[in-house]
Design a protein around this ligand. Structure first.
Ligand SMILES: [Fe+2]
Ligand SMILES: [Fe+2]
Length: 271
């Protein structure tokens, strides 16, 4: 794991607040405390560029089978380090060949399916974290909603966007609690940004509120190792009925988001 902290060694020593009467061991404890606090602040890398092999389709140092790569890859030039994409890629192709770890979303959608929820909700659960898994982590609800918007019911893309804010707010009426994992990740005194609160306030009175709330309710904040063997194929019918797959393939239909899908096909193209 490549951890990058905000704090270098001299900054950590300064923050540890050494005093003249501290023993060596007290100084070591204070220094360690500062460094441990720093560890929880991991600067996220875009998924496509992530150096951790488990999280990326292509680690930057991955060797090229069969010899040296061209000096610069350009869009349209297959990168031999990546699984080839079909000429007219479907949504499922992106799950198969450009999403290194869709387990979280597959488990969420599976849960929604087992509960017999509406197909739109199952689809929203399936797609809600696509950006985190395969594209960009920052503002992931917005990115995923934008990627999907031309192809799904407006209610689905709306729900995907709003889940980013709703997950921070409990709703006892449906049994949604503030995720315990967030206390660990963000700290007990974490407060959301004003714009996230505004997103929540706007969503809670909206007619589609419950669709987005159901995403958070079926969201899993810890990977369940006992649930295995869920494949994207399980959702093929639901995707077929609820995702307007463009005939030209995602990335080539001239939609306002086609470039985003092409970026997923050729993530390392030079220009
Ligand atoms: Fe999410
Ligand atoms: Fe999620």
């Amino acid at each position: 794991m490549d951890r990058r902290t905000f704090m270098n060694r001299s900054a950590a020593i300064a923050a540890a607040g050494f005093t003249a009467n501290m023993t060596l061991s007290q100084r070591a404890d204070a220094y360690e405390g500062v460094m441990i606090n720093g560890l929880s602040r991991e600067v996220a890398m875009p998924t496509l560029c992530h150096p951790d092999q488990e999280r990326s389709m292509l680690p930057p140092t991955a060797p090229v089978p069969g010899g040296a790569p061209p000096a610069k890859l350009i869009a349209g030039m297959a990168d031999p380090r990546l699984p080839p994409m079909p000429e007219r890629p479907t949504l499922l192709d992106f799950y198969r060949y450009r999403n290194p770890n869709p387990s979280h979303s597959l488990q969420s959608a599976n849960l929604a399916m087992q509960k017999g929820l509406d197909e739109k909700v199952v689809l929203a659960c399936l797609l809600h974290d696509f950006a985190v898994e395969a594209f960009i982590r920052t503002d992931h609800g917005f990115w995923a909603a934008q990627l999907m918007a031309p192809y799904v019911d407006e209610e689905v893309s709306w729900a995907i966007q709003k889940h980013q804010a709703l997950r921070f707010f409990a709703d006892e009426s449906v049994g949604y609690e503030y995720p315990r994992a967030y206390l660990e990740w963000f700290g007990t005194d974490y407060e959301v940004e004003p714009w996230i609160r505004a997103e929540y306030e706007a969503a809670r009175t909206h007619r589609w509120y419950m669709t987005s709330r159901l995403i958070t309710l079926n969201d899993l904040y810890a990977f369940d190792p006992n649930v295995t063997g869920i494949e994207i194929d399980q959702f093929e019918d639901i995707v077929g009925r609820n995702f307007r797959q463009p005939r030209e393939g995602l990335g080539f239909d001239g939609s306002p988001v086609a470039h985003m899908w092409r970026t997923l096909i050729w993530p390392h193209s030079f220009l």
